[in-house]
Design a protein around this ligand. Sequence first.
Ligand code: RI2
Length: 329
Amino acid sequence: MKLMFVPETAEKIKSMEIRGAGRIARAAAEALRDHALSLKVKDLPAFREEMERAAGLLVATRPTAVSLPNAVHIVMAGLGGATGLENARSGLVSRADGFIDSSRHAVEKIARFGARHIRDGDVILTHCNSEVALGCIIEAHRSGREIEVFATEVRPRNQGHITIRTLNDAGIKTNFIVDSAVRSFIHDVDIVIVGADAVTVNGAVVNKIGTSQVAHTAAEARVNMIVAAETYKFAPRTIIGELITIEERPPDEVLPAAIARTLPCVTVRNPAFDVTPPEYIDLIVTEAGAIPPQMAYVIIREYLGWGIEEFQKLPAINHTFGQDNGQTE
Ligand code: RI2
């Protein structure tokens, strides 16, 4: 077994070598598990202190995908009530394994539930690269439905390139378009399916930049918009009034530094995510079933099952890009 040490995993998440909200959550759980297994400390307080430091390092890597702090919180809960060092170690390892396992099952379940919304002959549009959204599309294809996909390029990081390779390898007929071509093709589309990095208590969905434009275009054309999201992508701290931080990434992802240097009056802005308000979303497909966005509160309270005190213990969110971007509308 290759040990995924915490700083190495943290660096890979930060640089997006490991990316996608579900994958970074599982990678963080794996890193905490491996760290716990390899830690040589003398007692429980030292173990706790070292694990909390590791958890903080992982959570600080990317601020938007709430799956990351949620996964870390779930794994670290394995320390609660531990009576000795070995007891704490095994508690944490089993919470991490449990999270990784349930995450994989959630992805499979959502694929099956989501695929039922895709009919024979449907044309689907997807934006960015979401394993759960793609899972629904591939499952529909596997179960014999004749489908076609429009996949966007996804500037500036080109996650659409990963999406078209996956679709191509699955043998699915795919059209690759630039992000700004969505409105030109929306009348050829029957259904939009995307993933999520976070779902707020009012049912707003935070996902790759451009998702809200896609959603707005779909609503205008009366095309249904489905979001595929595991329950650990719902954001508990939005219940106590916190907003999701929108990550703003380096400007050179958008414009090479050599060109930017020649344009002193130009500032490059590079927010990685945007917020789609609940009224543009028809359904959120979770492993607990499909819900209207207005039921997000129920998932946070009932399915994640955390009390207010526990929400307050979750890692704090400290910076918000722009206004609240519709998160509380
Ligand atoms: P899954 C990604 O973020 C995209 O925004 C994608 O829609 C979302 O995470 C969910 O991905 P990034 O890591 O968990 O590319 O469905 O910035 O794979």
